[in-house]
Design a protein around this ligand. Structure first.
Ligand code: A2P
Length: 272
């Protein structure tokens, strides 16, 4: 994987084909983890206000000395914020936490608050999307998108707003069938980002995945992350260990279409 491997949003902005995920990395560990990722060639870092690590993610990026335009930074609007002014205010907080003067990608973290999963927040999502559109039009953000959005949530934005989301970041890994959502996103030129490409580690003990990884001479983690690329999604693996951070970006192999089909058919591979 090189820095030149990118997805291109429909507005022409490019995003590196693999990103470093920082969900579940506490603020105290985020500085070291992001520094290790940058040192080992990652140029795309994904965080969120809700991860409570934006401060050290931003500090690591600033201290590393990489030119701002050489690193792609994503953050997310907290899921419970569903009003226009609240969205603008939280964006300013995120920028102040990160210590950066623009963001590459800003996402609505979820269509509903995490303690009310499934609640219909259509009107709120439209309001916050309008705030994101304003920030985008002002040049504060290079691309805007959503996360954890189902087809109906996306459709509400398409029906009521001006800008089509450029990305939808969803949980995606071997055994998690997202076929309908992937096809819908593709038909609207929405790049799908895969968070938890290892199912937070739970698929790595799967016998089927282990056996196929052996066949390709790679690790189960590499096979699982490469699978996301084969499905045209952008994986965001996360690790706090340098050897794994390096391993997770070494994806210069391809999985045959036959083997992708076998992986597509795997169910219940979560070992834990
Ligand atoms: P750690 O941070 O201790 O390395 P996901 O990206 O699906 O959220 O998965 C993250 C989980 O998988 C973390 O627990 C992480 O542990 C673990 N992990 C990340 N990369 C690897 C790897 N290459 N081999 C084994 N476990 C990994």
């Amino acid at each position: 994987m090189t820095n030149k491997d990118v997805f291109t949003f429909y507005n022409g902005v490019t995003i590196p084909r693999i990103g470093f995920g920082t969900w579940q990395i506490p603020n105290e560990e985020a500085y070291a983890a992001v520094t290790m990722a940058l040192k080992n060639g990652y140029t795309h870092i994904d965080t969120a206000h809700a991860y409570h690590n934006e401060e050290n993610v931003g500090k690591a990026i600033r201290d590393f000395g990489i030119a701002r335009e050489e690193v792609f930074v994503t953050s997310k609007l907290p899921a419970q914020v569903k009003d226009f002014d609240g969205a603008l205010q939280h964006f300013e907080e995120t920028m102040s936490n990160l210590g950066l003067d623009y963001l590459d990608l800003y996402l609505i973290h979820a269509p509903w608050p995490w303690d009310e999963i499934g609640k219909d927040c259509t009107e709120g999502n439209i309001q916050v999307w309008k705030a994101m559109e304003q920030l985008y039009d002002e040049g504060r953000i290079r691309a805007i998108g959503v996360s954890n959005f189902a087809i109906k949530d996306l459709q509400a934005i398409l029906d009521n707003c001006d800008i089509v989301p450029m990305a939808n970041q969803i949980p995606f890994y071997i055994g998690r069938d997202q076929t309908g959502l992937l096809a819908f996103c593709k038909s609207h030129n929405i790049v799908v980002e895969a968070y938890s490409p290892l199912a937070t580690g739970a698929i790595l003990d799967s016998t089927e995945i282990k056996q196929m990884a052996e066949k390709y001479g790679v690790t189960p983690a590499q096979l699982s992350i490469r699978y996301c690329l084969e499905k045209d999604t952008l994986p965001l693996p996360k690790s706090t260990h340098e050897a794994r951070i390096i391993e997770n970006a070494q994806l210069d192999f391809t999985i045959s279409p036959e083997d992708v089909a076998i992986l597509d058919a795997l169910k219940d591979v979560r070992a834990k």
